[in-house]
Design a protein around this ligand. Structure first.
Ligand code: 5GP
Ligand code: MN
Length: 324
């Protein structure tokens, strides 16, 4: 992968100063880390990176590269970049409002690790075997000559993204190469315990209250553990949709769970489902509903109340478990 794209990317951006980079809506730890690390590297080449993200969730504000961040609400959708990198996005829609800027770009790249990605950019660096977009960014930068000890900010971001998407090197997307890359980043000096605490374990008081609510609403049926949260429930706890980390993973880890579903209301008539599985591949079901993701971790937003969306998905999964 490195060799094919090493020369190509560097050649493509040779005469370009302003580089646009965007991650997916509802940015998670891998999305923030991968776009910021790429931006920090382009800055070392004398470029001006612009990072388009819906937001930088507070818990990821320890990551480096925040100076490049532009909120989607503030972007001029008429911007026509010379080059645009879509990172950690399984499809164009995942860019949200940044998709319009993507459409205007002269040259588009997609850097991603979702198996459902069909390669929606002009040039696509997709590796579904990589643990995270951050891991692919590392491979690219290494191909460009990057060495972790020479830039600890980039190393910290990449390590954070990998820790996030692998759940601390636990998910099945974690490969030998993931550990090798982590080893190189550790050798480069990243503070592993600080990053692990920040990315995986630190929660706010409102989040803990929301966790309680999600567990109180939890139900279980035929191997599927599921729960819902309404907008009112989230706001009663002082939370938003940025505060949901850890909930669906916790209910998946229950001994009775083969699959887990968390559905959260997003507007009057739409709800977002986060689906997780220990073994049974749920991506096909989620993709058939218009969503995407990975075999064991996928998501989709559907019309309806949280309860309706949850019923619909849970019955598809219980049917799938019975037939599979
Ligand atoms: P989560 O449930 O944590 O939001 O997402 C789990 C995985 O599914 C992530 O890899 C995420 O990128 C993907 N995903 C979540 N929601 C959607 C969606 O609406 N569309 C697509 N294509 N992928 C999604
Ligand atoms: Mn990712």
């Amino acid at each position: 992968m490195n060799d094919i794209y090493k020369n190509e990317i560097l050649n493509d951006i040779k005469d370009i100063e302003d580089i646009y980079i965007a991650g997916h809506v509802n940015p998670d730890g891998d999305a923030v880390a991968s776009v910021f690390s790429l931006a920090l590297y382009f800055e070392t080449l004398g470029k001006r990176p612009h990072v388009l993200l819906e937001c930088v969730p507070k818990r990821f504000d320890f990551m480096y590269g925040g100076e490049f961040f532009i909120a989607l609400d503030e972007i001029d959708v008429k911007t026509a970049p010379d080059v645009f990198f879509a990172v950690d996005c399984g499809d164009r829609q995942r860019l949200g409002k940044a998709a319009e800027v993507f459409d205007n770009a002269k040259l588009t790249y997609c850097i991603d690790h979702h198996r459902t990605n069909v390669g929606f950019a002009d040039k696509n660096v997709i590796n579904a075997d990589a643990s995270s977009a951050s891991e692919i960014v590392f491979e690219l930068l290494k191909g460009f000559g990057y060495e972790p000890e020479k830039n600890i900010k980039i190393a910290t971001d990449i390590y954070s993204g990998i820790v996030f998407d692998t759940g601390g090197f636990r998910h099945n997307c974690t490969g030998r190469r993931t550990h090798e890359i982590a080893g190189m980043l550790v050798e480069g000096g990243v503070d592993t315990s600080f990053i692990q605490s920040k990315v995986l374990f630190e929660h706010t008081l409102p989040q803990a209250r929301l966790f309680g609510k999600a567990l109180a609403n939890m139900q279980h049926k035929d191997g599927v553990t599921y729960t819902t949260l309404t907008l009112d429930e989230m706001s009663e706890c002082g939370c938003t949709s940025q505060d949901l980390d850890g909930i669906v993973d916790f209910i998946l880890n229950l001994d009775v769970s083969e699959c887990a579903v968390l559905v959260t209301q997003r507007s009057e008539n739409s709800a977002k489902a986060s689906v997780r599985s220990k073994k049974f591949p749920i991506a096909d079901i989620v993709v058939s509903l218009g969503g995407g993701g990975h075999a064991l971790a996928a998501g989709v937003t559907l019309d309806g109340s949280a309860a309706e969306v949850c019923d619909r998905i849970v019955s598809l999964i219980t049917d799938g478990l019975k037939n599979g």
